[in-house]
Design a protein around this ligand. Structure first.
Ligand code: NOJ
Length: 681
């Protein structure tokens, strides 16, 4: 319980709490969630979390291991305890909601240990929807740099929990399928890791503000403890850190329903405010691109007869984008270096276009037609080489008035190329300290050139878009492109799973909106495992400030009525709220357009057809709306009849309930317009 409304309140000094080993509590603003800090008999820090008195995380150890006797693990005394409370809100330059409320209570515990002298601070923040805590290593008496070899952060949860997990090992990095399983079957899982407890309460473990530190994954052991595994560097250690340092926040989202996780802003709240004063140049929006044709095998990234990135083709896409009000055109394969087996090709140029691509003319033509060229830097995972030229590469794009660049780091897990001091190549992981620092350097360099970044093959998102709003979006999961890779296609349950797992981390460049669902790739048949209506709904369900409209223009022009939704749907929102859902099964999400009055709704399901009754209480009371409904037809089914769709209009108000039928692998997308604005059209 807190007596102050704002500011710091020291409630205890060293001595009492430490010698009597009394636990120290900090509660959420609504007092339902409680974090308890204590020293165990070894005088090691521990914490536990409970909701309404029921334990969610049992007493779990904390600590940091270094490659010497200075470990911050046991033998501590409590020197001081400080508590404070925050009740504020802040505005996002772009986002899923404009105003973010930040209400939390904070506990700072200052610890010290002797022989040798060591100090460690632990900071906890408790929100109504979860907990964040981090290690703060202050200046030390005897050293100014440490080699971190491990982190002793435990999450001790009930063995009865169900987990929705993606393995943290495997060649495909974060591009593996999530699976539902008893928590005890987890070997090692990436975060966000979502759990459903027997009580129905949902937890999600992740991290916020991952800076100059390796990412963590969670290993589950026989004692029912999730143990933190930091991604190692090629040299074996986890991180080299200058003291003082802060670790990222370790986060536990807590919600009584699955959608409670989705509606949380906890990860953003634990990040620092924007480092950029001027963010007006950062532009959310929709883009098309010379992209899917390469994945379909119709065009090539490399030079030759089927080269995709020609001046003429780029102008064709620009015309298409301009005619339909899209904001940008991505062009991949424009630069020298793609010929042959580009996955193993080591030398991409980031400034030399292929001769059949006149980059100046294309960029100028895009500006003339009211949009922009979107840049592309595929690095093939050569991080050091890319860093050496990235400033010059962004300068070129800046001179052409390009405001967004998609970067890529294709390669299997652990194959990123770092050049050491001797110029030798060392192989690193996508979520190692080295890679974390690389992605960060690229985003900061881009900001100096007024360029926003869409990272493919990234490190996971930890909310850094709050601090660096030019980090617009990223991949970091299995995107739509998996639909064309044979056996590995995304199953119908994939997106309702992502909504409650990967998407808790932040925006994703999923590239929804494939209209030709029955594909042929180099003579082989492939299936996108959704109905057409579900492709539309994904623009609302999966949040990203930039969404691609990825299919070939001719496939959109064949289905103009359905295409209208992709033309209309915005990517920047005043507010967002998911209304109902179950992990991996279905979700219903509503969002209100930023700077406008329209609302949008997206509903998607897995392989099971279902009927949903949706109360429209999110609409403004007393106002009439026209709902433009794009729903699966009665006979739709992703396997047998994916294109069957009913497009209808009806008048609705906030006290109405809408009945929606979703087909197997299906969905529904709705635009709600105030009736007055439709009449004045
Ligand atoms: C993988 C990315 O996910 C994809 O979007 C891109 O087209 C290729 N790499 C080439 O950069």
């Amino acid at each position: 319980m807190f007596l102050t409304v704002c500011g710091f309140l020291a409630i205890s000094e060293s001595g009492l709490a430490a010698s009597e080993n009394e636990p120290i509590q900090v509660t959420s603003p609504n007092e339902r969630l409680v974090v308890e800090f204590a020293l165990n008999p070894d005088r090691a820090p521990t914490y536990s979390v409970s909701l309404d008195g029921a334990e969610l995380v049992k007493p779990s150890r904390l600590g940091l291991y270094f490659a010497s006797r200075i470990d911050l693990v046991t033998g501590f005394e409590i020197d001081a305890v400080e508590q404070s409370t925050v009740d504020t809100s802040w505005e996002q330059p772009w986002g899923e909601r404009r105003i973010v409320e930040d209400r939390h209570n904070e506990l700072l515990v200052k610890l010290s240990a002797r022989t040798p002298d060591r100090r460690l601070n632990l900071r906890f923040r408790v929100f109504d929807d979860g907990v964040g805590f981090r290690y703060e290593v202050p200046e030390q008496a005897n050293y100014s740099q440490v080699t971190l070899v491990g982190e002793f952060t435990e999450f001790r949860v009930s063995r009865d929990a169900r987990a929705f997990a993606q393995p943290a090992d495997g060649e495909l990095r974060y591009e593996q399928l999530y699976t539902e399983m008893p928590v005890g079957l987890i070997d090692i899982a990436a975060t966000p890791l979502t759990l459903r407890l027997e009580s129905g309460v949902h937890l999600a473990m992740h991290e916020a503000a991952l800076v100059d530190y390796p990412a963590y994954s969670l290993e589950f052991d026989v004692e029912s403890i999730f143990r933190t595994q930091l991604r190692p560097a090629s040299a074996g250690h986890r991180a080299i850190l200058d003291v003082p340092f802060l670790t990222p926040w370790r986060t536990i989202q807590v919600a009584e329903t699955a959608v409670g996780l989705v509606n949380s802003s906890l990860i953003l709240n634990l990040n620092e405010p924007s480092a950029l004063d001027d963010t007006n140049w950062i532009e959310p929006g929709k883009y098309v691109g010379i992209w899917w044709a390469m994945h379909l095998g119709q065009k090539t990234w490399g030079a030759g007869e089927r080269h995709g990135a020609t001046t003429a083709e780029a102008k064709r896409y620009i015309d298409f984008a301009a005619e339909h009000g899209f904001d940008g055109v991505l062009v991949e394969g424009w630069n020298v270096g793609w010929n042959g087996d580009w996955v193993d090709n080591s030398q991409f140029s980031f400034t030399e276009p292929y001769p059949d691509f006149d980059i100046e003319a294309v960029a100028a033509y895009a500006r003339k037609r009211g949009l922009r060229l979107i840049g592309h830097h595929e690095t093939g995972g050569h991080m050091s080489d890319y860093e050496a030229v990235v400033d010059e590469a962004f300068a070129l794009y800046e001179s052409l008035d390009v405001r967004q660049v998609k970067t890529g780091y294709v390669g299997t897990a652990g194959s990123l190329k770092r050049k050491d001091d001797a110029g030798e190549i060392q192989f690193e992981w996508h979520d190692s300290q080295f890679a974390v620092n690389h992605y960060q350097r690229v985003v900061e360099t881009a900001a100096r050139h007024r360029i926003a970044i869409n990272t493919h093959e990234p490190v996971k998102d930890t909310g850094l878009r709050r601090t660096w709003p030019n980090w617009l979006t990223r991949e970091g999961s299995r995107g739509m492109e998996f639909a064309i890779w044979g056996e590995t296609s995304n199953p119908p349950g994939h997106e309702p799973m992502l909504a409650f797992t990967r998407m808790l981390a932040g925006p994703m460049d999923y590239t929804p909106g494939i209209f030709d669902l029955e594909l042929e790739v180099n003579g082989e048949k492939r299936r996108v495992q959704t109905t057409l209506a579900k492709q539309l709904a994904l623009y609302v369900v999966i949040y990203s400030p930039i969404h691609m409209v990825p299919d070939l223009p001719e496939n959109y022009l064949e289905r103009p009525a359905a295409f209208q939704f992709l033309v209309d749907v915005p990517t920047d929102w005043e507010q967002s709220r998911s209304l109902a859902g179950a992990v991996g099964e279905y979700i219903v999400t509503t969002r209100q357009e930023r700077g406008g009055e329209d609302w949008y709704l997206g509903a998607i399901t897995n392989e099971h057809a279902r009927r949903l009754s949706i109360e429209l209480g999110f609409l403004d009371a007393g106002k009439d709306y026209i709902a433009e409904i794009y729903a699966d037809g009665a006979d739709a089914d992703w396997v047998t009849n994916p294109y069957s769709m009913n497009i209808s209009r009806r008048e609705v108000a906030s006290d109405d309930t809408l009945e929606l039928g979703l087909a197997a692998g299906g969905g529904a997308a709705i635009r709600f317009r105030p009736a007055s604005s439709v009449l004045s059209d």
